[in-house]
Design a protein around this ligand. Structure first.
Ligand SMILES: C[S@@+](CC[C@H](N)C(=O)[O-])C[C@H]1O[C@@H](n2cnc3c(N)ncnc32)[C@H](O)[C@@H]1O
Length: 275
C-alpha cells in the first residue's frame, strides 16, 4: 500500500497541502457545536485536528487503513477514537454521527459507491456526508506536474486523472448514487509558496501515495529524467503553486424518503425501458 509510510513522510509530501485544505473543507461542512463527526481516511490527522479544535475530542472519530497513520493520529490527538479500517466497512453502528467527511480519499477507495454508502449509513437522517478530491482532471493538483513529467518520460505512466471523483461532477454523482438529498458542490483552493524546486521535489522521493510509489519503482535514469522534466515544467524558485479540490456534500434522507426515491427511480427506469 502506498500509504504504509511514516506519518512524517506523509506530512512533508501531501500534508503540506492537505493541512490548509482541511481548514477550507472543515469550514465548508458547516458543523455546529455539539455535533459528532467521523473523518474517513484520516491519514495522520490533518482534518481530524481541525475537527477536534472545532468540536472537542469526544465529538470526533476517525478511521484509516494505514497502521502507521492510525498510530500517529492517536499520538497527535490523544483521546480521539481513531480506528484502523476502510470506508467500505465502517465499524460504527447506524446513525452514529451528524456528519461523515472524507478528505482526499474517495479516489483511493477500492469501492467508492460502497464507501459513500457506508458513510451515509453511519450518519443520522438530516446529517451530512461530504467528500473532497483534488481536481486531477483539471491538472491543478500537488501532483499534476509530476504526472505530466512522468508521462513525458514513460508514455504509459498511469496518472490519476481518471480516478473516481477526479472530474467535475464525479463526486456529485457518487453522492446521488448513495441516495443523498440536497447535494451541493464546490471548489476549494490552496496556494503554497516554495522557496526552490528542491523543496517541492524532495518529498516525491519518500515513496508516498500513487506518485511517490510510481517514482520509487522506476530505474535511476528514468527517476532522474522525471525530476529534470519537472524542473523544466515548473518556474524557477521561489514560486507559488495553486491547487484545487472538488467538494460535494449531501444530506442523509430518512428511510421512507430513500425508498420513495428508489421507487421513483425504478418507475422512471420502467417508463424509459418501455419507450
Ligand atoms: C491522500 S491521503 C488523505 C489523508 C487525510 N484525509 C488528509 O487529508 O491528509 C489518503 C488516505 O486515504 C486512506 N485510504 C485509502 N484507501 C482507503 C479506504 N478504502 N478507506 C478509507 N481510507 C482509505 C489512505 O490510507 C490515506 O491515509
Amino acid at each position: 500500500m502506498s500509504f504504509a509510510v511514516p506519518a512524517n513522510a506523509y506530512d512533508q509530501f501531501m500534508g503540506r497541502f492537505s493541512g490548509p485544505l482541511a481548514g477550507h473543507f472543515a469550514a465548508w461542512l458547516r458543523l455546529a457545536p455539539g455535533q459528532r463527526v467521523l473523518d474517513v481516511g484520516c491519514g495522520p490527522g490533518a482534518l481530524t485536528a481541525i475537527l477536534v479544535a472545532k468540536l472537542g475530542t469526544d465529538s470526533v472519530s476517525a478511521i484509516d487503513p494505514s497502521e502507521s497513520f492510525v498510530t500517529a493520529a492517536r499520538e497527535r490527538m490523544p483521546g480521539v477514537d481513531v480506528r484502523c479500517g476502510a470506508a467500505e466497512a465502517l465499524p460504527w453502528p447506524d446513525e452514529a454521527f451528524d456528519c461523515a467527511a472524507a478528505q482526499l480519499v474517495v479516489h483511493l477507495m477500492a469501492d467508492p459507491p460502497a464507501g459513500i454508502s457506508e458513510m451515509a449509513r453511519v450518519t443520522r437522517p438530516g446529517g451530512t456526508v461530504a467528500a473532497t478530491v483534488w481536481d486531477f482532471a483539471g491538472g491543478a493538483t500537488p501532483v499534476s506536474t509530476f504526472w505530466r513529467a512522468a508521462q513525458e518520460v514513460v508514455p504509459t505512466a498511469p496518472g490519476e486523472a481518471d480516478l473516481p471523483g477526479a472530474h467535475e461532477g464525479h463526486l456529485v454523482n457518487l453522492l446521488r448514487q448513495a441516495r443523498l438529498g440536497d447535494i451541493e458542490s464546490g471548489l476549494l483552493e490552496v496556494s503554497l509558496r516554495f522557496s526552490s524546486f528542491e523543496q517541492w521535489w524532495k518529498p516525491f522521493t519518500l515513496g508516498v501515495g500513487p506518485s511517490g510509489s510510481y517514482l520509487a519503482g522506476l530505474d535511476d535514469d528514468r527517476r532522474a529524467a522525471v525530476r529534470d522534466t519537472c524542473a523544466r515544467l515548473l518556474p524557477p524558485g521561489p514560486f507559488t503553486m495553486s491547487v484545487r479540490s472538488w467538494a460535494a456534500r449531501g444530506r442523509v434522507l430518512t428511510k421512507a424518503c430513500r425508498s420513495l426515491l428508489q421507487q421513483e427511480t425504478s418507475g422512471a427506469r420502467r417508463v424509459l425501458a418501455r419507450q
